[in-house]
Design a protein around this ligand. Sequence first.
Ligand code: NDP
Length: 285
Amino acid sequence: MTASYKAELVGVLGYPVAENPTGVMQEAAFAAAGLNWRYLTIEVKPEELPDAMRGVRAFGMRGINLTIPHKVAVLSLLDEISPDAAMIGAVNTVRREGDRLIGENTDGKGFLRGVREEAKVDPKGKRVVILGAGGAARAIAVELALTGAREMTVYNRSVERGQTMVRDLVSATSANAHFEPWAGTYHVAADADILVNATSIGLFPDVDAMPDVSLATARPDLLVCDVVPNPPETRLIQSARAQGLQVLTGLAMLVYQGAIGFEMWTGRTAPEAVMKAALAKAFGI
Ligand code: NDP
């Protein structure tokens, strides 16, 4: 057999991008699966995105992740957008089918996989409270709606952003969702099954910040989730643990969204434990 020295390429385009740890977990996964694949962490200025996407095509890259500020701008540079990415209005993962580049969004899917596989909770029929109305919140809300969550309440500081998110969500998915302005302390509703912090409150370096919520009114089986991946043990997660509540950290979401990307690109089952260990090491935990 003739040897092949050609590597398959994937990566991430962002600006800034140097602190994005995804390459660590994907490279670990490729090594564990015995794949000659490379994950490139590439800084691309906003005005260079069209050229960069032409480069993705020219290099025959198998896929690409998009991060800030490219998740929306990339929509017009693709051949097809998956239905849920279209509903979310953003693409974080591109996969290739022949010559066609297809936009997907794995953030909400990764969150749901964490809820199901790690927390062992079925989100179908559940009452969910989402804090935040940015990109992560939109992705999570769309996937929760598609999976049949019973009710979603979105709390956000900016009223306009929260109202727009819920209006888009209801019109795209017919979800039973409503918006509440987040002013002062939010006392968790006693009938909530899942609470999700989908804001950036608590993200490094602002590690002492805590969403203005009180868990005192929560039911004992409330699942408390945080999207903040670094550090995974946010103050919200610590408070929930101290109260004996079940938790799901942002590290889980980050691993599972990457695992779904790995599976879309390679067609193989992702070595999730390897990916999680690689990320935990990168975060020094
Ligand atoms: P956006 O900038 O789109 O949204 C930020 C959200 O946080 C908004 O709702 C904003 O409210 C709210 N917010 C920020 N600061 C405050 C504050 N001090 N008080 C109240 N609300 C606040 O960010 P993203 O949605 O893209 O990212 C949010 C978080 O999700 C980040 O920490 C990111 O790291 C994480 N993330 C994690 C992923 C994972 O795999 N674990 C994947 C993707 C994102 P307002 O509208 O009022 O400004």
